[in-house]
Design a protein around this ligand. Structure first.
Ligand code: CA
Length: 612
């Protein structure tokens, strides 16, 4: 080995993170990114003692800064532990190197931060750039050279699926090809799904719209032009909108051209003799559910090396309403930024909304191998959301009629890709529209009521997070982070600090105050997730591939769908908050996804913006 080769080898080892040994877990758990000097400060200790224990807070020099007694929470069902809570919120002096001790237990050193550094928000948003399809990921925009890669799926053109599905039903295909280039790869795979793209775009655009409507100069700057490492970071347009537009460009391309008749399953069907009944419909203006690979690729696979044939899958009402909602939102937000783009989005929104009203019951039914489903049997919330966005943008009378007739009018429920009613209510609560002032108040009251429920749940959790569930679902970290969005807006609308503390609690849990002593966000914290289920950030599978960039959130503990080979071995062995492994094979626990990173961006930007 020459000296140069030896140097290269050592560099590769460093790049591959081989030299990084993982920190051992500790019994005192807290946000591994540090805590706000003027905010709430809580740590959790797992300890069998039934009586309060003495805690001491030391500064970097080892001097005692504060001391007190733990609060015995008791048995914590979500983690299967007996836990104590430590509240040292009264300490407000910023600094590095603080440590908490309880008997022989000692926390890692941590910081109390006087002001935000914006790093998490920026890194979390960079995830979307690095998920871009059809363009090269350039070394100058990423944190390490090995994260650069050639363009995948350039261009991303496909016609409709015309082969046999998993049941053997042969699909009829279509007489056109769409160029559905750009957009973000959905998750660890290379599929691009209109349904999940919708909630993700909405969340990023809403982070900007919140800042614009509420006139938050700090947030506008943090998300503004020049804030990100992006090809579009000097174009005069806020960078978070540039990123969202990259996905909108793909979503717009998924709309069925006018005059096209397609064979689709209408209604809630069960296959008869292995076949769905297909009916010819005028599909003009509907949106294809997804563009995806014919077969699953293995890990690792760089996007540029994906040799699978791509197909468009039949349009659904759910995808069509997602398209209508986010293009209506975009028409509003880009109105003065880019009037031509705004007009194009509005036209797409009107066409999609009309198409969904014409065909209200075309559901995603599978199964097609090679991609996920995002099937949703209840589109009441998608219809309400699309109507709300269109109404807020245009005052359209038909949208208003649909809106007011919805059982979800001004209601709030948990946000997820398949539950988007709250997005409509948030828009109606935030954006001036033709609604009566009392109705806007009602929308805000509804969000506050949901936020209040989340705070009640927080009180019942040993780890003090605004989320209670007997079982943790797939992507549970996003369930927690989406609650931070609602808590954040409740704080915005009322100034009531308890709501903000709830959002801090959500982030504290995701960044380390949890029974695994784990930061679920790469690059942030002493024990950050390192081995996601991802076809390119696949160092654990193959050292020739890169470790993940910073700012990527893991789906998190999943005790309700333990379908991968790693999770299967854990069945019955873990509690909801501990059903998680930092292993690339554990796709039910450790995948990453656009709809999970989006609320991380929102919550991080909100906390930075409202830090005191
Ligand atoms: Ca820009």
């Amino acid at each position: 080995m020459t000296r140069l080769a030896a140097l290269l080898f050592v560099s590769l080892l460093v790049l591959a993170g081989v030299t990084h040994a993982e920190e051992a877990p500790r019994p005192i758990r807290l946000n591994q990114m540090g805590l706000e000097a003027n905010g709430p400060k809580r740590a959790v200790l797992a300890d069998a003692s039934k009586s309060p224990l003495d805690w001491t807070l030391l500064d970097a020099s080892g001097a005692t800064v504060a001391s007190g007694k733990t609060k015995v929470f008791g048995d914590n069902a979500a983690s299967g532990e007996h836990v104590h809570q430590i509240d040292f919120s009264s300490v407000r002096k910023a600094g590095d190197g603080y440590r908490l001790t309880v008997g022989a237990a000692e926390s890692r050193p941590f910081a109390l931060r006087a002001r935000p550094d914006g790093k998490l928000t920026k890194a979390a948003l960079s995830f979307f750039y690095q998920q871009r399809a059809s363009v090269p990921i350039e070394a100058r925009f990423v944190e390490r050279p090995d994260l650069a890669r050639p363009a995948g799926h350039a261009p991303d053109k496909a016609t409709c699926f015309d082969l046999a599905d998993e049941r053997g039903q042969v699909w009829p295909g279509c007489d056109y090809t769409l160029d559905a280039s750009d957009g973000w790869y959905d998750a660890g795979d290379h599929g691009k799904y209109v349904v999940n793209g919708g909630v993700s775009v909405w969340t990023l655009v809403n982070a900007y719209e919140r800042a614009a409507v509420l006139k938050r100069p700090g947030a506008l700057k943090a998300l503004g032009d020049g804030s990100q490492a992006l090809p579009e970071n000097a174009n005069g347009v806020p960078d978070i909108l540039d990123e969202a537009r990259f996905e909108l460009s793909f979503l717009l391309a998924m709309q069925v051209p006018d005059g096209k008749t397609l064979q689709v399953p209408v209604g809630k069907q069960k296959p008869v003799d292995g076949k769905l009944k297909l009916t010819a419909i005028d599909a003009s203006g509907m949106a294809h559910q997804k563009i995806a690979d014919r077969n699953w690729t293995g890990l690792p696979t760089s996007p540029a090396d994906d040799k699978e044939v791509r197909y468009l899958y039949y349009p659904t009402t759910g995808a069509t309403l997602n398209l209508a909602a986010v293009t209506a939102q975009a028409a509003r937000v880009w109105k003065t930024i880019d009037p031509a783009f705004s007009a194009r989005c509005l036209e797409a929104a009107r066409r999609a909304f009309a198409a969904a009203l014409r065909h209200p019951d075309i559901y995603q039914l599978g199964p097609f191998t090679g991609s996920g489903g995002y099937g949703d049997g209840d589109l009441t919330d998608e219809l309400y959301w699309a109507a709300a966005e269109l109404y807020a943008t245009t005052g359209d009378a038909n949208a208003e009629k649909v809106l007011r007739a919805s059982p979800l009018f001004l209601a709030t429920s948990d946000i997820s890709w398949g539950s988007v009613g709250a997005l409509g209510t948030i828009t109606l609560a935030l954006v001036p529209s033709g609604l009566k002032p009392a109705e806007i108040t009602q929308a805000r009251t509804s969000l506050m009521a949901a936020a209040g429920r989340y705070l009640s749940e927080d009180l019942g959790q040993g780890y003090g997070l605004p989320y209670a569930a007997p079982g943790y679902p797939w992507g549970s970290n996003s369930s927690v982070l989406n609650r931070a969005v609602v808590l954040g807006l409740a704080y915005d609308f009322t100034g009531e600090i308890a709501y903000r503390f709830g959002a801090v609690d959500a982030m504290d849990y995701v960044l380390g105050r949890n029974p695994l002593d784990r930061s679920y966000v790469t690059g942030f914290g002493a024990r950050a997730m390192q081995n996601p289920h991802h076809r390119f950030w696949a160092r654990q599978a193959n050292a020739a591939y890169p470790a993940p960039p910073a700012g990527v959130v893991s789906g998190g503990p999943n005790s309700t769908n333990m379908g991968d080979d790693v999770a299967k071995t854990m069945k019955g062995q873990c509690k909801p908050q501990t059903c998680w492994t930092d292993d690339y094979r554990a796709f039910t626990q450790n995948e990453v996804a656009i709809n999970w990173n989006a609320p991380l961006v929102w919550a991080s930007a909100f906390l930075d913006d409202t830090m005191r």
